[in-house]
Design a protein around this ligand. Structure first.
Ligand SMILES: [Ca+2]
Ligand SMILES: [Ca+2]
Length: 88
């Protein structure tokens, strides 16, 4: 196994953003974010649940940390910043 390239990481991050942004309006609301775990499991199985927080408290903390400008929405830019940092 080789390390994923930056391009693959970016591709993955973009796909995850699209998956999380359920109504495709270009921003993730907390409501969309909190259902992520259930939707990941439904789509990809139990092992995908590692990508999402485990409890309501974790969701809120995680969402707040991704939403850098604290406007209640996570834009693609904010999301990619966080996930690419996480994948490093
Ligand atoms: Ca949305
Ligand atoms: Ca924001």
């Amino acid at each position: 196994m080789t390390e994923p390239t930056d391009e693959q990481k970016l591709d993955f991050a973009n796909k995850l953003f699209q998956f999380t942004d359920e109504d495709n309006d270009g921003a993730i609301t907390f409501d969309e974010f909190r259902t992520l775990r259930d939707r990941l499991i439904a789509q990809f199985g139990e092992q995908a649940s590692d990508l999402a927080p485990r409890s309501e408290d974790h969701y809120q903390a995680k969402f707040d940390s991704i939403d850098v400008d604290q406007d209640g929405k996570v834009t693609r830019e904010e999301f990619l910043d966080d996930i690419l940092h996480f994948l490093k």
